[in-house]
Design a protein around this ligand. Structure first.
Ligand code: NDP
Length: 511
């Protein structure tokens, strides 16, 4: 069975089961284990694909292919690399609807949001295609006569791109597009819950003309092949998005070799609502940021820090809004909130309910898993609002990664910013206020890599840096110009055309 075989368009009932394979050195191949695992629709448990299970030998083959391709690819003119990316973006546009529908089946997000995920990948691909003709360095004056000083970007080498399931198309493009435009080659290990969208992305780059070996795909469990990939001497950099625990583990095992590592890890993001805010507007931002993608965005608003002056009104209105949210399959037009990605993840979300209550929080709405009807077949959890939450409670400190938000009351902007910054993470935050002075104090003092004013915590655009402070990462950023810094080394070049020895810092002072 060919991996290129695509499921037909249409509703969920007419989708054929596909077999997904690795892509190594320009060929679609099964893993050497000869075994497969299943790819499930989280809304109903149906099998949508079988997936080849890779071994460490397959990782070796992928890394070898990437290393062999590296020298020719880094010398391939960057504008020509850009043309391949431009073609890839055009193919993505053509296939957008089909990709979005497959994504909904594979990981559950409602199809409108799945379209947004694909669009983000398209945006990133066009953006990085343009970098084929930019990648600006500096040309600066030299301090000595007849000397030239400039800087250029140099590829890091073979990049291991390890990605999560919550943005199965966009996040891989954040890594693969900057990596390849800069002349790196890639071994891509997507999350086991979302191999299909990974295969689609590779198919698209293959069709766009990416030479063999530049991008290689290995499918399989992080626990089986992850450590081997991270520690492989042929891998020069690991770019990882996922849980803080796995990130910390990768950091440790990659350290002895001093290879580059870049991380985008968890978040415990918050929306601040001040007593002068437009409460109805903040409500829109809270519902969208807390329950969009079923709360499974690293930027999801899992805390609402509300000024006492508006907290009761906001809570009442939020509970009424949440009561109207409809759970269901993400392909159904009536659905507002889809399933959680997996059984393990929905059980993790549910486990926080007794934790919250034991610590004194109250479930204002939601809090349960549907146990009857069609929803009982999937991994659903009711959208949930917790009240009477104190800043030090576990539900106010830990990433839940599901449709749950916690309202914390405060008495001032200073207290609100203190609560915002009291968590170990630092990804996204927002404030609703009509007071420009409060907005600017917040913009200055929030310890998060992304800050919004009068908007929710989600909705980053690809032309600005994306990433977080504190335990959310290790200082790198993806997207925008900063994304180029993550996937390249700077090389400073001095050309002396004086024909004699000129000593910097010494001969300059001789008058
Ligand atoms: P993981 O960190 O377990 O997985 C992320 C990626 O890392 C997957 O591709 C996974 O593969 C891979 N991986 C797992 N173990 C290793 C390893 N030892 N070496 C190399 N790669 C490895 O996150 P999950 O997807 O299981 O999600 C769990 C939690 O992570 C969530 O509850 C949430 O808190 C957080 N998360 C944060 C995200 C973010 O964007 N910040 C995104 C997704 C999750 P495999 O899938 O095969 O296990």
């Amino acid at each position: 069975m060919s991996v290129g075989l695509r499921a037909p368009r249409g509703d969920t009932s007419d989708v054929a089961i596909t077999h997904l394979r690795n892509y190594i050195d320009g060929k679609w191949v099964d893993g050497s284990s000869g075994e497969s695992f299943e790819n499930l629709d989280p809304a109903n448990g149906e099998i949508i694909a079988t997936v080849t299970k890779s071994t460490t030998a397959d990782v070796d083959a992928a890394v070898d292919a990437a290393r062999r391709a590296l020298d020719a690819w880094r010398k391939f003119p960057a504008p020509k690399r850009g043309e391949i990316l431009y073609r890839a973006a055009e193919i993505m546009l053509r296939r957008k609807e089909e990709l979005a529908r497959e994504m909904t089946r594979e990981m559950g997000k409602v199809v409108a949001e799945a379209r947004g995920d694909v669009q983000e990948g398209i945006d990133m691909t066009y953006y990085m295609a343009g970098e084929g003709r930019r990648q600006f360095g500096d040309v600066v004056p030299a301090e000595l006569p007849n000397k030239w000083a400039m800087s250029v970007r140099h590829p890091i080498g073979v990049i291991a791109a390890i990605t999560p399931w919550n943005f199965p198309f966009a996040i891989p493009t954040w890594k693969i597009m900057p990596a390849v435009i800069l002349g790196n080659t890639v071994v891509f290990k997507p999350a086991s819950y979302t191999p299909m969208l990974a295969v689609r992305l590779v198919e698209i780059l293959e069709e766009a003309g990416l030479p063999k070996g530049v991008l290689n795909l290995v499918l399989g469990g992080g626990g089986d092949i992850g450590d081997h990939l991270v520690q492989h001497p042929g891998v020069d950099m690991v770019s990882f998005t996922g849980s803080t625990e796995t990130g910390a583990h990768i950091n440790q095992i990659a350290a002895p070799s001093l290879k580059r590592v870049s991380f985008e890890l968890g978040g415990k993001n918050a929306i601040l609502v001040m007593d002068d805010a437009d409460v109805d507007l903040s409500l829109e931002g809270i519902v969208w940021s807390a329950f969009g993608t079923t709360g499974q965005r690293c930027t999801a608003a899992s805390r609402v820090i509300a000024h006492r002056g508006v907290a009761d009104q906001l809570t009442d209105k939020l509970v009424e809004r949440v009561r109207k949210l409809r759970l269901g399959h993400g392909l159904e037009p009536t659905t507002d909130v889809g399933p959680v990605v997996s059984k393990a993840q929905v059980e993790k979300v549910a486990s926080f309910m007794p934790i919250a209550e034991k610590e004194g929080a109250v479930i204002a709405i939601g809090g349960k898993r549907p146990s009857t009807g069609a929803l009982a077949k999937g991994f659903f959890h009711e959208p949930t609002v917790l009240v009477d939450v104190k800043p030090n409670m576990r539900v106010a400190q830990e990433e839940i990664f599901g449709p749950v938000t916690a309202i914390i009351e405060v008495g001032s902007l200073d207290e609100a910013i203190g609560v915002l910054n009291s968590v170990k993470y630092g990804l996204s935050s927002s404030i609703y206020t009509r007071d420009v002075n409060k907005a600017f104090r917040f913009m200055r003092d929030a310890e998060t890599g992304i800050v919004y004013v009068n908007a929710g915590t989600i909705g980053a655009e690809i032309q600005l840096p994306f990433g977080g402070m504190k335990a959310t990462g290790n200082g790198h950023r993806e997207a925008g110009r900063a994304g180029l810094d993550t996937f390249s080394e700077w090389k400073s070049i001095y050309v002396d055309f004086s024909g004699k020895l000129q000593r910097a810092q010494i001969d300059t002072n001789n008058g």
